[in-house]
Design a binder for this molecule. Structure first.
Ligand SMILES: Cc1cc2nc3c(=O)[nH]c(=O)nc-3n(C[C@H](O)[C@H](O)[C@H](O)COP(=O)(O)OP(=O)(O)OC[C@H]3O[C@@H](n4cnc5c(N)ncnc54)[C@H](O)[C@@H]3O)c2cc1C
Length: 247
C-alpha cells in the first residue's frame, strides 16, 4: 500500500470513466506529459496532490496503476499525468505508447496528499523526478489563487535534461516574486553551473527558518526518508512534514 501523510478528511467517493488522450508532450528523454480529456459534459473535481488510477491491459486482464495529477485543479475538463518510462514497466510503457485520440479508462481522484487548508504558512516543496507531478499541481493551484505566502521548490534530478517543466518554473518565478526554485543535479555534466548533490543538502541555506514552514515531499522512499530526517534535525515539527511516496 502506498504510504501517505495522515489523512485530513474521510475518504471521498470516486468514479470510473473513459477519457481521451488530448495532448502528449515529451518532457524529458524518459518522461511524457499526457493530458486526458474527461467525457463530454463532465468534469473532474479534485484537490491538488491527488492521484488517478489508469486501467492498463495486461495479458487479457486489466491492472490499475496510480499516477499523480500534475495539472492545476482549476482546469477540470481534463487532467494531466507526468509519467517516467520504467525499463520493462508494464504501465509506464503502455502510457508512453498512447497516441492522440486513444481511449483510456481511469478512476479517481484518490488520495489524501493535499494542501492543508487554509494555507497560513510559507510552503516548501521538495521532489525528485516525476515526484514533481503532485507538487506542480499544488504550486499552480496556489499561484492561480494568488496566494501571498512564499513558495519554495527544491527539485532534484540526475541530469540537466531531466528537469521537468524547467521553462515553466523559470517563467513562473518571473511572474510571481513569491515563488523561488532551486534545481540540483546528482550527475551534472561539465556544462552545468548550478547546484549539485542531493535535495536534502540544499534545505539550508535556501530555506530560512524551516521550523515555521510547511513541507510537501514526493518521490521514492529513500529520498523521502533522507529529507524527513534532515527536517526533523532542523527542528521542523513532524506535523508540518507531508509526503507521498511512489514505491
Ligand atoms: C500514489 C502514487 C502516485 C504515483 N504517481 C506517479 C507519477 O505521477 N508518475 C510516475 O511516473 N509514477 C508514479 N507512480 C509510480 C507508478 O504507479 C508505477 O509504479 C510506475 O509507473 C511503474 O509502473 P510500471 O507498471 O511501468 O512498472 P512495473 O511493471 O510495475 O515494474 C517493472 C519493474 O520496474 C521496477 N520499478 C517500478 N517502478 C520503478 C521506478 N520508479 N524506478 C525504477 N524501477 C521501477 C519494478 O520493481 C519492476 O522490477 C506513483 C505511485 C503511487 C503509489
Amino acid at each position: 500500500m502506498p504510504e501517505t501523510s495522515p489523512p485530513q478528511e474521510k475518504k471521498r467517493s470516486f468514479a470510473t470513466f473513459d477519457t481521451v488522450v488530448s495532448n502528449i508532450d515529451l518532457l524529458s528523454p524518459r518522461n511524457k506529459g499526457v493530458r486526458f480529456a474527461m467525457p463530454q459534459n463532465s468534469s473532474l473535481a479534485f484537490n491538488a496532490g491527488q492521484y488517478m488510477q489508469v486501467f492498463v491491459p495486461q495479458g487479457g486482464k486489466m491492472r490499475r496503476t496510480s499516477y499523480s495529477i500534475a495539472s492545476a485543479p482549476q482546469k477540470n475538463d481534463s487532467f494531466e499525468l507526468c509519467v517516467t518510462l520504467v525499463d520493462g514497466g508494464v504501465s509506464s510503457s503502455y502510457i508512453h505508447q498512447l497516441k492522440l485520440g486513444d481511449k483510456v479508462r481511469a478512476m479517481g481522484p484518490l488520495g489524501t496528499f493535499r494542501l492543508k487548508e487554509p494555507v497560513q504558512n510559507d510552503l516548501v516543496f521538495i521532489s525528485t523526478g516525476s515526484g514533481i507531478a503532485p507538487l506542480r499541481s499544488m504550486i499552480l493551484d496556489l499561484l492561480n489563487r494568488n496566494t501571498d505566502r512564499n513558495i519554495y521548490l527544491i527539485f532534484g534530478n540526475r541530469y540537466d535534461d531531466d528537469i521537468l517543466y524547467k521553462n515553466e518554473w523559470e517563467s513562473l518565478t518571473k511572474q510571481h516574486p513569491n515563488f523561488k526554485f532551486l534545481f540540483t543535479l546528482s550527475r551534472p555534466t561539465k556544462a552545468w553551473t548550478g547546484e549539485t548533490g542531493y535535495v536534502q543538502t540544499h534545505i539550508e541555506p535556501f530555506i530560512r527558518d524551516p521550523k515555521n514552514k510547511d513541507f510537501y515531499i514526493c518521490g521514492l522512499i529513500k529520498m523521502i526518508n533522507d529529507v524527513q530526517a534532515t527536517l526533523l534535525n532542523l527542528g521542523v515539527p513532524k506535523e508540518r512534514i507531508n509526503f507521498e511516496r511512489y514505491d
